[in-house]
Design a protein around this ligand. Structure first.
Ligand code: HEC
Length: 709
């Protein structure tokens, strides 16, 4: 991309778009080709300012994609990880994260290391990318390690010491609560608007929990410029949708999925997740604005322009899971600038950007009440009437697996013991209750891709049934109760977890002694929060409980912070007796949806289980994480599939498979597309973190390109 002097790099493309669209709204094609033709880079998470994961490059296209070969690979040597990192590419430099969250800059043409930044903090788990900023002279990379955000010199990797305190800001500050007691980490990179870095963050899923304030920091100084309270303070809009003291004691309603900025309209679109605790809301009676909400904020001030709440009083953890895509919708002969948001429930919401008007009608329907004491489920919930959902919505007995007669029988018998099967069924006490599509969607954090040429939105989705239930808490302070109230929601009441995402805590193996368990519980790891609410004594007691089941009473003068009557007992996939999904396929899909008509251009299963495919059960679809990218070469590239470890290219118009390759580890991340010196590269990050325990282990960035003769 050519640099325009004095203009922040990130908004050059948008300027072209603005001029185009203001000049002639009604006849303007959906893409500004002036913008498109110069984007040889991948300057931000999501690919560019519109968050559409689109590349205008076409050297690799339908006619030659089957010739792709590995151009270079990069392996930090840190072994397996789960960063889910989508690299960025600017100035012929490739910026990415290692499994331990070091920042590495590579030569984008060769994969040769230019510099590395080690914050000294050994990170784990999700850290989905980096943020680039320039004013035309200075160039910075912002990277996260746990609750810190670092500013680095993009050319040398040196930490910029006059940013924040000693070169970093601490996200536990500025939320109006004791910083030492906050647990927050930045898992999706922030976005740039003018000279601000706007961030959300991942917080705990149960109380006590950090509030999900959206914050904008000065890119030069690290000073807080504005903050938006997603749990409104007294006097703020939405305050009355919570109990009076929620703004002080409740938490979450956070943006962990990332945001998208409309630079021309000066709006930042912020999708938020559910409030804490995820599955029982007796202490947050009300709609809980702005949880599960698409927020349109004035990017200059953080003031709310409009909002749409997707789930009222969420008790299913139906976070908006991905940054929205800035798309266009044709109505009559006019193109309307719109913002599209995919959901875990399998829907796409499409709103007019400037005022939040739904471009397909949204209908509020009556939903089931909760029979759990204290719970007040919302009476109605909204859903878009179009596009049709991209995952099945209702689970019935005739959808039990037919993989084998035994599997079918097993699934039917289990299914008959479950409650629910319809959307918005509250989890019951002591009875397994179905959530479908499951806790991981529908859509997830990989985000959709949008093609300005065809006006299609590409969304990959999981289609698995999961179950869980609620259980009553004893209000006694024992190690077991601390476990159930702080750990059981992820590792399960029975310590069975939900591997590989949430490890089981039984038979943990030789490296796990009391000290090791104490350490990981004190510090947190990846998706596991640290527990600043627990004293060292409590952490030691709960570690002992995990190690050998010993449950001592705890002596403590501290009042128990967690006094809810019911708790969630863990995430359980509905699997057959051999560990395959207990429902009929597809178990995962890739969808192409026309944004103007809301109709599907195509829909295909995505992924398969190699051992089932070998027996003839092909194209079942499988769980998949990490999104697609779409190119002007007519291609949709996607890795994502957990078990077959494939990286695939489809014809973007038809969904026809044109090329595939097997990766050393599955790629649970969204690819990046760029070119250097006229040669186009498509890069995937393969870390395999969601594959099964016996899968090959490692982490590699792999760049594909056409052969050079
Ligand atoms: C929000 C979900 C969540 C909660 C709550 C949670 N954990 Fe974890 N835990 C995880 C995840 C994810 C990992 C894997 C982390 C990694 O290796 O990156 C993990 C790993 C662990 C491990 C290491 C196990 C192994 O084999 O790798 C231990 C021990 C553990 N957790 C104990 C606890 C205890 C004790 C609590 C409660 C005080 C707790 N966890 C609460 C998600 C959670």
């Amino acid at each position: 991309m050519t640099m325009v002097k004095g203009l922040p790099f990130a908004i050059i493309g948008t300027v072209a778009l603005v001029l185009g669209s203001r000049a002639n709204v009604s006849r303007q094609a959906p893409v500004s080709s002036a913008h498109a033709s110069i984007s040889t880079e991948w300057p931000s998470y999501g690919g560019g300012p519109d968050g559409i994961r689109y590349s205008p490059l076409s050297e690799i296209n339908r006619t030659n994609v089957d010739k792709l070969e590995v151009a270079w690979t990069f392996d930090s040597g840190e072994g397996p990880g789960g960063t889910q990192c989508q690299p960025i590419v600017v100035n012929e430099t490739f910026y990415c994260l290692t499994p331990q969250h070091k920042v590495v800059a590579l030569d984008a043409a060769t994969g040769k290391r230019k510099w590395e930044f080690d914050s000294g903090i050994v990170g784990r788990g999700a850290n989905r990318g980096l943020t680039y900023w320039t004013d035309g002279t200075e160039r910075r990379i912002f990277s996260a390690a746990t609750h810190f955000v670092y500013a680095l010199n993009a050319t040398t990797g040196e930490q910029i010491k006059n940013f924040g305190i000693n070169g970093r800001i601490d996200l536990r500050e500025d939320v109006g609560r004791d910083p030492a007691k906050q647990s927050i980490i930045l898992t999706t990179p922030g976005v740039i608007y003018k000279d601000m870095l706007i961030v959300g963050g991942r917080v705990s899923e149960s109380l006590p929990c950090t509030p999900g304030d959206i914050r904008a920091y000065d890119v030069r100084t690290g000073k807080l410029r504005w903050s938006f309270h997603t749990i409104p303070h007294p006097g703020e809009f939405g305050y009355k949708t919570w109990p009076k003291l929620a703004w002080k004691v409740s938490g979450s309603a956070n943006n962990w999925a990332g945001m998208t900025v409309d630079h021309a309209r000066e709006i930042v679109f912020v999708p938020t997740g559910s409030a804490a605790s995820d599955f029982y809301g007796s202490d947050r009676v009300g709609d809980d604005l702005f949880a599960n909400t698409m927020l349109a904020l004035d990017a200059n001030t953080g003031k709310r322009i409009w909002h749409f709440q997707g789930v009222k009083h969420d008790i299913w953890d139906r976070d908006f899971p991905a940054p929205p895509a800035l798309v266009r919708v044709k109505r009559g002969n006019k193109w309307i600038d719109a913002v599209a948001q995919t959901t875990k429930s399998g829907h796409v919401y499409v709103f007019e950007r400037k005022n939040g008007k739904p471009l397909f009608p949204v209908k509020y329907s009556k939903v089931p009440a909760s029979d759990t004491p204290g719970e007040m489920a919302a009476k109605t919930q909204p859903l878009p009437t179009k596009p049709a959902p991209f995952a099945r919505q209702i689970l019935t007995e005739d959808m039990m697996t037919n993989r084998t007669p035994e599997a079918h029988k097993f699934a039917v018998e289990k299914f008959r013991t479950f409650a629910g099967g319809k959307p918005f069924t509250p989890f019951r006490v002591n009875q397994e209750t179905i959530i479908f599509p499951g806790f991981d969607g529908g859509a997830e954090w990989g985000g959709p891709a949008y093609d300005p040429e065809t006006n299609l939105l590409y969304v990959n989705a999981n289609e698995m049934a999961w179950t869980s239930n609620l259980a009553k808490n004893d209000h006694v302070k024992t190690a077991r109760q601390i476990y159930l109230q702080n750990c059981g929601n992820c590792h399960g009441d029975t310590l069975a977890g939900s591997p590989p995402q949430l490890p089981k805590l039984v038979n943990m193996g030789p490296k796990w002694d009391l000290n090791a368990i104490f350490k990981i519980t004190r510090q947190g790891a990846g998706r596991m929060p640290s527990f600043p609410n627990l004293s060292d004594e409590e952490v030691r007691a709960v570690s002992q409980y995990v190690l050998n089941g010993e449950s001592k009473p705890i002596q403590s003068d501290e009042p128990d912070a967690v006094t809810q009557d019911y708790r969630f007992t863990g995430y359980r996939k509905f699997l057959d007796q051999e560990g395959f999904p207990a429902i009929t396929p597809p178990w995962g899909s890739l969808n192409a949806i026309n944004m103007s008509t809301g109709e599907y251009a195509w829909k295909i299963p995505l992924g398969e289980y190699p051992e089932l495919a070998a027996k003839g059960m092909k194209d079942t679809g499988s769980e998949n994480y990490g999104g697609p990218v779409v190119t002007a070469g007519g291609l949709v590239f996607i890795g994502a599939t957990n078990y077959d470890r494939k990286f695939r290219a489809f014809d973007k118009s038809t969904g026809k498979l044109l090329w595939e390759t097997t990766l050393p580890y599955s790629s649970n991340a969204t690819p990046a597309v760029y070119s250097v010196g006229g040669r186009q590269y498509v890069v995937v990050n393969a870390e395999g973190s969601k594959d099964r325990p016996n899968a090959p282990k490692g982490a590699k960035y792999i760049a594909f390109a056409l052969p050079r003769h």
